[in-house]
Design a protein around this ligand. Sequence first.
Ligand SMILES: Nc1ncnc2c1ncn2[C@@H]1O[C@H](COP(=O)(O)OP(=O)(O)OP(=O)(O)O)[C@@H](O)[C@H]1O
Ligand SMILES: [Mg+2]
Length: 313
Amino acid sequence: MISAADYAVELHGISKRYGDFTAVKALDLAVPKGSIYGFLGPNGAGKTTTIRMILDIVKPTSGSLTVLGAPSAMDVRERIGYLPEEKGLYKKMKAWAVIAYFARLKGVDAKTAKSTARELLERYGLSDFADKKVETLSKGMGQKVQVLASIAHKPEFVILDEPFSGLDPSNQQVMEDVIQDLNRTGTTIVFSTHVMSHAERICDRILLIAKAEKIFDGTIDQAKALIPKVVQVSGINDAAQLAAIPGVKSISAEGGMPGSFSVQMAEHADPQQLLRDCFQHGIELTSFQYHEPNLHDVFLHLVGDDAKVASFR
Ligand SMILES: Nc1ncnc2c1ncn2[C@@H]1O[C@H](COP(=O)(O)OP(=O)(O)OP(=O)(O)O)[C@@H](O)[C@H]1O
Ligand SMILES: [Mg+2]
């Protein structure tokens, strides 16, 4: 049985209003301990506002929440790591010193803070920059240093607001590694992103919000299952025979080409089974195309749809 102690964050009907404008509306969410949770949604959806409410930087207008079992993240701040959306570090400090400084603020002793800073810089390919001042680092390098500064005290819960923005492809990979390495040691991670491929590769669960409201909350597989499965076939002589195959919901003529059809599959039907069934029924095909939906397709499918909640537990 799952109890409150199994969640790093629980939000119950959390809302944030600025005057007449609602930035986050009645959001329920439970982040299981040890999971990687992605916050996705268009610009202005309410991701950062939600993150700031979780961290008690912004007070909710209504609703309640717990973070690591406490009523405010402030009560457990030494157990939390945070990368804000607005990035920036003390420019005059050296890279290792800035990481060690953040660790010390969270209660780590000076010696451990220094050795952890150097270890982290080494592990994530920044050892050459350890003794360079932050102001001499490129934007992406500085951002990597800031992420390391947010995790140097070995927090059990890490919340990263757009950790991938502004990073080149190889440093985006390093950022995925940082998140997965943390997760392997049991750390719970919440991060926001606009890049669906990162979320698809590393998240256990995703929250999709649009216009302040939750429109999906669940696993990647549950998200993909929401997309109607459509197969393109051509070379069909007998459309009625195709339409009669089990798992085929409907067919429609495709692009005016004789014998070409778009086949809409029933929710749990397997497109590969359609191919086998065609073969078995002697239906000859000259082409068969099925594009497995990805998170990008899910995003476009759901965000185009008006506030339809799909939540899985
Ligand atoms: N202090 C504030 N006062 C008034 N409106 C605000 C304030 N902070 C945020 N908002 C509004 O709340 C909405 C949600 O903003 P938020 O920053 O949470 O979006 P987001 O999902 O993080 O977007 P992005 O992907 O662009 O970072 C926006 O319309 C924003 O203008
Ligand atoms: Mg934001």
